[in-house]
Ligand binder design. Structure first.
Ligand SMILES: NC(=O)c1ccc[n+]([C@@H]2O[C@H](COP(=O)([O-])OP(=O)(O)OC[C@H]3O[C@@H](n4cnc5c(N)ncnc54)[C@H](O)[C@@H]3O)[C@@H](O)[C@H]2O)c1
Length: 273
């Protein structure tokens, strides 16, 4: 399914670690739609991951940047502007990490150094990225910036831990910075709130498989896959969504609007009988 709706558009894609990553699928879909991009990830992820394969497949360059480091972000933006010899049309922030989740710390017993590191990587990095793009006047008019979120920003999911707080901050930063980006540079900023998806980051959440199945049974269309997310991002990078900004957009098969589904009720009934 490709209509070349990104022909001539240039951008930056953060967060492709391996072929399971949402950013990986997005890079493939953006390329298919005619877009070009620089791939970036933290130096340690570049050493451990397989991004070289993706760069080869999509004829892209790779530039290392820790998204919490302003110097790295400045160098990345400068490199991208020089590489394309033009401003940028789209940016994907597909970054998330919580040490408390990774180490199994309960929400009532958080390690605050880990919490602040997780917040810096998962949320504040989005502000740092947009501030760097803004100050360098790096975005073309009608450009599009997307970060990935999860519904735990609005509702409680006990095992999502401090990532819920990170996502709430991420969504708020999208609205706050999006206002100024819209006003002065006609650039739109949105978050996409994605279904649970099997990836390295996703699998880190305790009880993930049960949770994936619960979500699938609650959503009338079933969970959105990483390919579905990639296609949505392509549309959000295209000129078909020029006036969509400051939104948190659910790509979740309808999950966010459902109270309970018949499938879940049947499961509970079966267990009782
Ligand atoms: N998988 C899910 O269930 C799910 C659901 C909703 C939203 N999301 C969000 O989607 C995004 C992508 O995650 P994913 O599921 O594809 O997992 P993933 O593990 O493939 O991607 C996370 C990426 O963040 C990168 N990263 C971590 N620290 C970084 C740093 N300091 N600088 C730059 N990059 C850094 C990692 O290297 C990795 O590439 C995240 O924001 C995640 O929270 C995931």
């Amino acid at each position: 399914m490709s209509y070349k709706i990104l022909n001539g558009k240039k951008g930056i894609i953060f967060g492709a670690l391996d072929e399971m990553s949402i950013a990986w699928k997005t890079a493939q879909a953006v390329k298919e739609a005619g877009g070009d991009f620089v791939l970036t990830n933290a130096p340690v992820a570049l050493r451990m991951g397989k991004i070289d394969e993706l760069a080869k497949e999509t004829s892209s360059q790779i530039f290392a940047a820790d998204a919490t480091n302003l110097d790295d972000l400045n160098k990345l933006v400068e490199y991208t502007l020089n590489h394309f010899n033009s401003k940028i049309d789209f940016v994907l922030h597909s970054i998330g990490m919580s040490i408390n989740v990774r180490k199994g710390r309960h929400y009532t017993d958080l390690n605050y150094d880990w919490m602040s590191k997780g917040s810096d990587v998962s949320a504040v990095s989005f502000h740092k990225l947009m501030q760097t793009l803004y100050k360098n006047d790096a975005m073309n008019k009608w450009g599009s910036i997307i970060a990935l979120s999860y519904i735990a920003a609005q509702r409680i999911f006990p095992n999502y831990n401090d990532m819920a707080d990170n996502k709430a901050l991420l969504e708020s930063i999208a609205r706050s910075f999006g206002y100024f980006f819209g006003k002065s540079k006609q650039v739109r900023v949105n978050t996409i709130s994605q279904s649970p998806t099997i990836t390295t980051a996703g699998k880190g959440v305790k009880g993930f498989n049960e949770f994936l199945s619960f979500s699938d049974k609650l959503s009338p269309l079933g969970n959105a896959t990483s390919e579905d997310c990639a296609n949505y991002i392509v549309m959000m990078f295209s000129d078909y969504t020029k006036k969509v900004t400051l939104q948190n957009l659910f790509n979740d098969g309808g999950y966010s609007s459902v109270g309970v589904s018949q499938e879940i009720l049947d499961l509970i009934k079966d267990r009782k009988e």
